[in-house]
Design a protein around this ligand. Structure first.
Ligand code: UFG
Length: 347
């Protein structure tokens, strides 16, 4: 079976492509390479000869995507392609609505015309905004009130998908959709082929590890006066391979006409300080930290209640320790201190 993966050259998308190829599927990956990595595609194409088709294009190109779907008879789509920096979305909201919301609309239209049967969408905990303390850990029925354009651009897609799904069911042409709301994704694949490489990097775990490997002097803690146990923000970190496993389970479980939403996290929070300490243990290196101001838009705590997907599909994160997640990210960073383009890892 051939599966379309949008954003297949990105951090999470490339890990998903690898897993699908390992499971015996053929994959068509589409990516603009704006922030994705051609090198990740080369590595996967080499590891799985003849099984991966990479298309350098934008999902917003509806005719092109429809053509691919029809030509390959594709019934399943994993939609990762998006811009995903909260801060940048506040500075440039229209780019986020164009690249996340409008591009997804074009993709959904292509899927609608080409009779796609299942679509799994990368949504985000950012759709919840800043939930009341009484709502943490966050369940899927927590009101979604995003506080930044990134979260809003993704929530709009969730709503389009829900309406599309309902209308198709009414018309007797059911399609199945799942919105997976990611918390904080970290780590890299155990084989060492793929890793996390963002330009610019804004995520805590890779930044702390960059300080450990020496490409960055120190890690700045964005605020230590939050109403949390140690004053720093608490997040729910999930290993990228556990996240991908959840996609595989969801895709396998979706039945015609269903619309599902699941939170993907471990259910345990870790503070910024705890993450830095875990990285110290995982790397055995000194990591210099600096006190910094709060970063605008950061809620004090975002922790998932992943109970729904555990009950429905038996999925649970296997990696629950931040130290293990950091160790997995560290292995790739040691081999690629400057990311995919550092020349390491073979041509
Ligand atoms: N942080 C620092 N210093 C840094 C970088 C981050 O203290 O140099 C802190 C942040 O303030 C935050 C925590 O580390 O408290 C985690 O920050 P990240 O940037 O790694 O992740 P976010 O929680 O901001 O955002 C992530 C994804 C989003 C997603 C969100 C949902 O990047 O795409 O989780 O929870 F929407």
């Amino acid at each position: 079976m051939t599966i379309l993966v949008t954003g297949g050259a990105g951090y999470i998308g490339s890990h998903a492509v690898q897993r699908l190829l390992r499971d015996g599927h053929d994959v068509v990956a589409i990516d603009t390479l704006f922030r994705g990595h051609a090198r990740a595609m080369h590595l996967l194409a080499r590891a799985f000869p003849g099984r991966l088709t990479f298309i350098h294009a934008d999902v917003a190109d509806r005719a092109l995507v429809e053509g691919i779907l029809r030509a390959r008879g594709i019934r399943d789509v994993l939609h990762f392609a998006a811009m995903a920096y909260v801060g940048e979305s506040v500075e440039e909201p229209l780019r986020y609505y164009r690249n996340n919301t409008l591009a997804s609309l074009a993709l959904i239209e292509a899927c609608d015309r080409a009779q796609v049967e299942r679509l799994v969408f990368s949504s985000t905990a950012a759709t919840y905004g800043e939930p009341d303390a009484s709502r943490i850990p966050i369940r899927e029925d927590c009101p979604q009130h995003p506080i930044n354009p990134y979260g809003a651009s993704k929530l709009a897609v969730e709503r389009m998908l829900a309406d599309w799904c309902a209308s198709r069911a009414r018309a007797g042409r059911p399609v199945a959709v799942a919105c997976l709301r990611y918390f904080n994704v970290a780590g890299s694949d155990a084989s060492g082929l793929l890793g996390e490489d963002h330009h610019p990097e804004t995520h805590l775990v890779p930044l702390v590890l960059q300080a450990a490997v020496g490409v960055r002097e120190a890690i700045t803690i964005f605020g230590a006066d939050y109403p949390t146990p140690d004053g720093t923000c608490v997040r729910d970190y999930i290993h990228v391979e556990d996240l991908v496993e959840a996609h595989i389970r969801v895709l396998g479980a979706l039945r015609p006409g269903e619309w599902r939403a699941y939170n993907l996290g471990t259910g345990r929070g870790a503070s910024v300080r705890e993450v830095i300490d875990a990285c110290r243990r995982a790397t055995g290196r000194e990591i210099t930290e600096r006190a910094g101001a709060r970063r605008p838009g950061d809620p004090p705590e975002l922790t998932a209640d992943p109970g729904a997907i555990a009950r429905d599909l038996g999925w649970k994160a296997r990696v629950t320790s931040i130290e293990d997640m950091a160790a997995s990210a560290w292995r790739w960073m040691l081999a690629h201190p400057r990311g995919y383009d550092d020349g390491a890892g073979g041509a």
